[in-house]
Design a protein around this ligand. Structure first.
Ligand code: AMP
Ligand code: TRP
Length: 329
């Protein structure tokens, strides 16, 4: 069994990234003792929209340190930086030659981003799902833990694997997605019908894993709720309260029902303070570990080793794929 996933270093990591992705990686690492895990920093994906050099460099290193601070064990998991392995680009081109324009045009993430960014729309934003498919198929991943927003890209990856296999003979494992039971889509604190997103302009809408703890408390205290005054899980009518319940249940590794019961007859204000406390309790140890790791030269060694290990698999896979296509004398 092999697992692959990545996060793009476009900004600081949010509580959504943690609950929807990293927390799942850590849980799977601990539960699936025999699984091989490849977790990378998807830096090639970060230049699909404009980003400054220094910001990108800082974000790449930060994610590496955060992966470990959140509980990934470099002895168990291969951690690496995507752009250091040209095989990702090589297979991405093959995937661009497998996918249809119509399929790329249907991707909702592309459609959303295109609307926000009419000017200077980059070609790579359009072909992004082909690169993501390559990231996964390169390692013959069986399982891909991702948040809900990536489900469509994963479905496309499966279609591309099947299409290539039909054209050239059995080459790729057809991967399955894996979503957390609770928290596959953490919502914005200020607009709780939208996803919590690090690219939002409103800093109060998201919690960063490296936010100051006092600031986190304030952000949760000012989270948008409703005027009903009753704590219940109802995504349609009470999206704000439901989101806070989801965050709370996920961080305490319990169910939403259990939390609803626990907060029966509690005021919104006390509820928010309690959720804030749980978020702070979860993030404090992560921040402490991060602060040590970020200045530790060991971090580079881990990424070097990860790259070398990933390379062994990626290189062989590209040779195989190229031969199937008719390349390589
Ligand atoms: P990204 O930051 O877009 O590279 O996303 C990295 C991972 O975090 C992907 O698996 C996403 O699905 C997941 N993710 C991002 N935002 C959220 C969110 N608000 N709730 C749950 N998962 C998320
Ligand atoms: N596209 C993903 C995101 O924006 C990040 C990503 C890139 C990824 N390649 C991947 C996730 C491969 C899982 C597997 O969230």
């Amino acid at each position: 069994m092999r697992l692959v996933s990545g996060i793009k270093p476009t900004g600081g990591l949010t509580l959504g990234n943690y609950i929807g992705a990293i927390k799942q990686f850590v849980q799977l690492q601990d539960e699936l003792k025999d699984a091989e895990m490849f977790i990378f920093i998807a830096d090639l994906h970060a230049i699909t929209t404009p980003i400054e050099k220094q910001t990108l460099k800082k974000n790449i290193k930060e994610i590496a340190a955060l992966y470990i601070a959140c509980g990934l064990d470099p002895e168990r998991v291969t951690l690496f930086v995507q752009s250091e392995l040209p095989e990702h680009n090589q297979l991405a081109y093959v995937m661009e030659s497998t996918v249809y324009m119509g399929e790329l045009e249907r991707m909702t993430q592309f459609k959303d981003k295109r609307q926000k960014l009419e000017e200077g729309l980059r070609g790579s934003l359009f072909t992004y799902p082909a690169l993501m498919a390559a990231d996964i198929l390169l390692y013959d991943a069986d399982l891909v833990p991702v948040g809900e927003d990536q489900k469509q890209h994963l479905e496309l990856t499966r279609d591309l694997a099947i299409r290539f296999n039909n054209l050239y003979g059995d080459t790729f494992v057809v991967p399955k997605g894996y979503q957390p039971k609770t928290g596959a889509k953490i919502k914005s604190l200020t607009e709780p019908t939208k996803k919590m997103d690090k690219s939002s302009d409103n800093q109060k809408s998201y919690i960063l894993l490296l936010d100051d703890l006092a600031q986190i408390k304030n952000k949760i205290k000012s989270a948008v709720t409703d005027s009903d005054g009753h704590i219940a899980y109802d995504i349609e009518n009470k999206p704000g309260i439901s989101n806070l319940l989801t965050i709370d249940a996920s961080l305490l590794s319990t169910t939403i029902e259990e939390r609803v019961n626990f907060y029966k007859n509690v005021s919104y204000q006390d509820f928010k303070l309690s959720v804030a406390e749980h978020v702070i309790d979860a993030l404090r140890p992560i921040q402490e570990k991060f602060n040590v790791l970020i200045n530790d030269p060991k971090l580079d060694d881990i990424l070097d080793q990860g790259r070398d290990k990933a390379k062994q698999i990626a290189y062989k896979k590209i040779q195989k794929v190229y031969k199937k296509i008719g390349f390589l004398r």
